[in-house]
Write a protein that binds this ligand. Structure first.
Ligand SMILES: NC(=O)c1ccc[n+]([C@@H]2O[C@H](COP(=O)([O-])OP(=O)(O)OC[C@H]3O[C@@H](n4cnc5c(N)ncnc54)[C@H](O)[C@@H]3O)[C@@H](O)[C@H]2O)c1
Length: 250
């Protein structure tokens, strides 16, 4: 039986770990040709080798690197149908505690990286006759999350940018949506909790704030990313797809 993404050509940024890796692996299983892009080039190559995909080291904050990344996909696959702007970082801090450097870094990777991904991928997807852009926002765009000032701002920006672009490109067959994950069990959680005095307690606190009592899995986010990339989501445009274990429902 053909996969749900048979023949689709996709780039996944931040594809070497966590959510991005789960998306790249699931896309490959669904029949897509995948380019795994990550600032950790070695890890990207390892993931790509395990799923028979392409890999490239890329910093999503560098315009020339994103432009070259899209060219790589078009050259290797003959076109581009799906762009997943997933790469992101966070810092655990309130606004007064956030340094200007941290603010800039979080905004650059999460928001500018998403902007650049759309800037270069949308023309290629249009050229291919249409397709799907999937941006990784967060529940932090929808509700205030404690100690995440810069991150909430960046992910709110990703949501607003998604909606703006969705309207701009709806007439060209390019559907643009974002996903708002709750707390997903990835290497990211270890880094965030590592900044607290008691990392194990911080991890338990993050898990217990989920109404369904557990972390969301990367595979559950990948399932949404498959849906958004597929023709089944033909009327899903400018959407914010919440996958959060009920976190924003209360
Ligand atoms: N884990 C969560 O709880 C959670 C919740 C909501 C949203 N998100 C978002 O999902 C996305 C993936 O998060 P994750 O938990 O898998 O994180 P992760 O840290 O496990 O993986 C992120 C990947 O992005 C790469 N990366 C970082 N900076 C980059 C850059 N400048 N250019 C290219 N690649 C870069 C990293 O090397 C890493 O492989 C992020 O945008 C994050 O904000 C995560």
């Amino acid at each position: 039986m053909a996969g749900r993404l048979e023949g689709r050509r996709a780039i996944v940024t931040g594809g070497a770990a966590g959510i991005g890796r789960a998306i790249a692996e699931r896309y490959a299983r669904e029949g897509a040709r995948v380019l795994v892009a990550d600032i950790d080039g070695e890890a990207a190559r390892r993931v790509a080798a395990s799923i028979d995909a392409e890999a490239e080291r890329v910093d999503v904050t560098a315009a020339a690197e994103i432009e070259a990344l899209v060219e790589h996909a078009v050259d290797a696959f003959g076109g581009l149908d799906v762009m997943v702007n997933n790469a992101g970082i966070g810092v655990a801090a309130t606004a007064p505690e956030t340094s200007e450097d941290d603010w800039q870094r979080v905004l650059d990777v999460c928001l500018k990286g998403t902007f650049l991904g759309m800037k270069y991928a949308i023309p290629a997807i249009r050229e291919a006759g249409g397709g799907s852009v999937i941006n990784m926002s967060s529940v932090a765009a929808l509700v205030g999350v404690k100690d995440r000032a810069a991150y909430c701002a960046a992910k709110g920006g990703v949501l607003a940018l998604t909606r703006a672009a969705a309207i701009d490109h709806v007439g060209e067959g390019v559907r643009i949506n974002c996903i708002a994950p709750g707390t997903v069990d990835t290497p990211w959680i270890e880094r965030i909790t590592g900044g607290y005095d008691d990392p194990a307690q911080a991890r338990r606190d993050m898990e217990s704030r989920q109404p369904h009592g557990r972390f969301v899995t990367p595979e559950e986010i990948a399932a949404m990313a498959v849906y958004l990339a597929s023709d089944e989501a033909g009327s899903v445009i400018g959407g914010v797809m919440v996958v959060d274990g009920g976190m924003t429902a209360r």
